[in-house]
Design a protein around this ligand. Structure first.
Ligand SMILES: [Zn+2]
Length: 426
């Protein structure tokens, strides 16, 4: 009898622990921030821990603590140390992983600052980071235990010169997409312009399909940090005195706008319950960058700023791939065609069924010729992700392919909607 009681007790614990919804059993509603260096070359990646920090206010989902998309080049996983059960995970990408596919990585070693956040654990956990291999599987590259009871942890607090405005409030941060816009290249006197630029982007966000159906699924913050200069750096070697150290010309691509100082970016948003970070760069130059579950950057005053935001946020929020294939990019584009890419809007047809095959009507030829008569229909068009052979996209033209406004293809729209619902279930 005692034996049966024990079994029933154990079964009840297992069913209790295995539900996605047991967030409060494992975590408090604050963040654990993990800063690290990641370095290597084309073949090798190494992570060195640099610091763990307490950061108030968790904004991520409590229902969907486990990532069901598994997009991105890296995967953060948190395991309960007693049961070894996975209790939190997030796929993401990073600047280092992009550098790793540039030609420079064949002959050089480099290292980059990186940072991830996770909900703050109540008990000892094992934190694990894995990288995606050429065959699309994940391989562990880092693991450490963290015991919140004995770790003497520093709290990260927002710098004194940061000003935050809640510009859209729709309620519980754990069941909404929480978006934080940060200023870059705005002087202390430019705050009015920054808040106006945020409002302009929000208006443009909710004018686009599919976002216009989901305004109540978002909370939005405008986070103003003054820069000592309006001059945005032209490259990473000569950084000017802007707050977040962004620069153009990343990996030799003039329009590619990034920052290598993610630690500073995270400092600025300390205490804010965010899911996604967007940096508005105060210039009329054309440029942007979007890295999945990491950062979105775009310039404020270019004639294509609206397109830049949407295109880059497509990368940053929904892991959409570039659908273009003829522009010059800094990457070695020799990807294997023997594996299915993880991004939802491209395919090598290794697993086309798992992508958008069901959205193609019977009258559309597969593959679909790149001809204007097939504009406006979902098909299988050859040419995407920087190559004109072997990688296919779903539409003749889409915002992930070229500078057109209000025109995500149906497959990209579906991917964006799925991601919104992941954070903000209906
Ligand atoms: Zn698309």
């Amino acid at each position: 009898m005692k034996y049966i009681h024990s079994i029933i007790f154990l079964l009840s614990i297992v069913s209790f622990l295995s539900a996605q919804s047991d967030f409060s059993y494992f975590f408090r509603e604050d963040k654990l921030r993990f800063d690290y260096w990641i370095g290597g070359n084309r073949e090798n990646t190494k992570i060195d821990s640099c610091g763990l920090y307490y950061d108030k206010n968790w904004g991520g989902s409590k229902i969907n603590a486990i990532d069901t998309f598994l997009y991105g080049e890296l995967l953060l996983e948190v395991f309960d140390s007693v049961s070894n059960m996975l209790i939190y995970s997030r796929g993401y990408s990073s600047l280092f992983k992009e550098w790793q596919i540039t030609n420079e990585a064949d002959s050089l070693m480099r290292k980059f600052k990186e940072s991830v956040v996770m909900p703050f654990p109540l008990n000892t956990v094992r934190i694990q980071v894995s990288e995606r291999s050429y065959d699309m599987s994940f391989r562990r590259i880092f693991s450490m235990f963290f015991n919140p009871g004995i770790y003497n942890i520093e709290e990260k607090v927002m710098p004194a010169d940061v000003r935050v405005r809640v510009v859209l409030a729709n309620g519980d941060v754990c069941s909404k997409v929480d978006l934080a816009f940060l200023s870059e290249g705005y002087l202390a006197d430019d705050s009015v312009k920054f808040f106006r630029d945020v409002q302009k982007t929000i208006m443009e966000l909710f004018q686009w399909d599919p976002y216009y159906n989901y305004e109540t699924s978002f909370n939005i913050y405008a986070v103003f940090i003054p820069s000592a200069s309006r001059l945005i750096s032209r490259g990473s070697n000569t950084l000017s005195e802007t707050a977040l150290h962004t620069h153009f010309n990343t990996f030799g691509s003039e329009r590619y706008l990034t920052t290598e100082d993610i630690w500073k970016v995270r400092d600025v948003v300390s205490g804010i319950p965010y899911d996604q970070l967007c940096i508005i760069v105060n210039t009329d130059k054309y440029g942007g960058g979007g890295i999945y579950n990491y950062l979105t950057l775009y310039t404020s005053d270019n004639e294509f700023s609206e397109f830049l935001f949407h295109h880059e946020f497509g990368h940053g929020f929904a892991s959409l791939a570039d659908e273009y294939y003829s522009s010059l990019v800094p990457y070695n584009t020799n990807f294997s065609l023997n594996y299915e890419p993880y991004q939802p809007n491209i395919t090598t047809c290794i697993d086309f069924q798992g992508k958008w095959k069901s959205m193609i009507s019977d009258t559309v030829p597969i593959p679909t010729p790149n001809l204007k008569i097939y504009a406006g229909v979902v098909g299988l068009f050859e040419g995407a992700r920087y190559t004109d052979k072997g990688v296919f996209r779903p539409y003749l033209d889409c915002t992930m392919k070229s500078k057109i406004n209000n025109a995500f293809c149906p497959v990209c729209k579906r991917a964006i909607e799925r991601m919104i619902r992941f954070y903000a279930p209906e």
